[in-house]
Design a protein around this ligand. Structure first.
Ligand SMILES: [Zn+2]
Length: 440
């Protein structure tokens, strides 16, 4: 195990770079400290690469390679972490980066300072070895991935690259890695790569009403009307359909299954009716086959004896490639009664997913096989959550969420207390990034 890797990640975790949707609530002094620490930990990068601070605290490094027809590679992650929560519930203090039981403990160890550390470690070593890439290498780290901020740091970085006329060959962000297939029922290793993600959109379903006294409600209240609309929406979910990415994902997963289920997953188009029946019983599968709509918040009047003047429910939608806010609004309006309105509150349309056909995707498989042997199952996947990678498709056709990290049961979950990463895990990701930059 390389002590230096552990030390550097510890140094990064000890600086609490917590983000907030409201930038005035953020301590940017911590981000300045963080940037200074990176200068100390990775001197070769800071000597060789051109560094730009984008916006308040976004980081972009560029290593200009020898001229060739290869498009640049961009490795990314994010600097910020979510708040640490209840200190009393942490086994070790959240920003002490204590090493215990073979793991580094602390907020940001897995999400995702480990990714930053592995990427920077790889590039630092290649510079020191005298590697001369025939393509440009970028490192990019936003400062507010974890929050729904008005201005997203990753968006600013992409805008800057766009303004420079940069087109990227591939992008690698936080995401899946390698796991032992046993848990999934596969005899070998599983290499999962998220090729795209569903978009996040909120809609308000509402009715404005003169209101009045609750002793004279007449034929019902605005809240009742909105409720009827919601009942109609739940009774009419968006129809199932199969996108390319999900078709590939299901076919790959079929290799981990047995019996009927394996046969259906292996031929999702041919056995469509059966697949749809399965999805009705399986939330995860359901989420892959359509835009999901979850009504999560409701509000009426401020007091029980006042009729609501504005009754409203908020519906969070996770939008599948192919749907847009325009198509969704038209659909919702066709389903709900005419006396209730619907509007989009926030969110962008989904970006196209990367392809499994291109050279960069093939390369991930080659590296996994070089590191773990021939028995590696490649699983292309659609990500349910969101990452900063979603801003890159306008300047890159091959945007992947994959880190090469070998994950096992020793990892502590992101966003929870006792987040931790095994000290020896860093090497697995560094091996991946190294393979990528040397073979690209
Ligand atoms: Zn993250």
């Amino acid at each position: 195990m390389n002590e230096k890797y552990v030390e550097h990640l510890q140094g990064m975790v000890r600086i609490p770079t917590v983000s907030n949707a409201d930038p005035s609530q953020m301590d940017f002094g911590q981000f300045e400290k963080f940037h200074q620490y990176l200068e100390e930990a990775y001197p070769a990068i800071h000597k060789k690469m051109e560094k730009k601070i984008i916006g308040r605290a976004g980081l972009l490094y560029k290593w200009t390679g020898k001229k060739s027809d290869k498009l640049p590679v961009l490795l990314m992650g994010h600097q910020d972490v979510v708040p640490e929560g209840d200190h009393a519930k942490w086994k070790y203090p959240p920003y002490a980066a204590e090493v215990a039981d073979g793991c580094i403990w602390g907020r940001g160890t897995t999400d995702c300072k480990c990714v930053m550390a592995a990427e920077m470690e790889t590039v630092e070593a290649l510079i020191n070895e005298g590697f001369e890439p025939d393509f440009d290498i970028y490192l990019a780290y936003g400062y507010n991935e974890e929050v729904q901020a008005e201005v997203k740091s990753a968006q600013e970085i992409v805008q800057y690259l766009k303004d420079q006329g940069v087109k990227l060959g591939c992008v690698f962000d936080e995401g899946s890695g390698i796991t032992d297939g046993k848990e999934m029922g596969y005899d070998g290793y599983v290499c999962q790569v998220e090729l795209g993600e569903k978009a996040y959109q909120d809609y308000e379903i509402y009715q404005d009403n003169p209101g009045g006294h609750s002793m004279e409600p007449g034929q019902g209240t605005a809240l009742g009307a909105v409720s009827r609309a919601v009942v109609a929406l739940e009774a009419n979910p968006l129809p199932y359909r199969l996108t390319d990415i999900v078709e590939n994902q299901l076919k790959a997963l079929s290799r981990c299954m047995t019996g009927e289920k394996a046969a259906v997953y292996a031929d999702p188009r041919g056995r469509w009716e059966e697949l749809c029946a399965m999805a009705k019983e399986d939330k995860k599968l359901d989420s892959l086959l359509h835009t999901t709509c979850a009504v999560t918040m409701a509000s009426g009047s401020a007091q029980s004896n006042i009729l609501p003047e504005h009754a409203s429910m908020i519906m969070n939608c996770r939008v599948l490639q192919g749907d847009t806010s325009e198509s969704l609004l038209a659909y919702f309006r066709s389903v709900i009664p005419e006396d209730v309105e619907v509007r989009k509150v926030l969110g962008d349309d989904p970006e196209p997913a990367a392809s499994v056909e291109g050279r960069p995707y093939q390369l991930i498989g080659e590296i996994a096989k070089a590191n773990y042997g021939e028995n590696v199952l490649m699983v292309p996947a659609l990500l349910a959550g969101g990452t900063d990678a979603r801003y890159y498709p306008p300047i890159c056709d091959n945007v992947f969420r994959h880190t090469g990290f070998y994950r096992d049961e020793r990892w502590g979950a992101a966003h929870q207390v006792n987040e931790k990463i095994p000290c020896d895990a860093l090497e697995s990701a560094i091996k991946f990034y190294r393979g990528l930059l040397l073979r690209y």
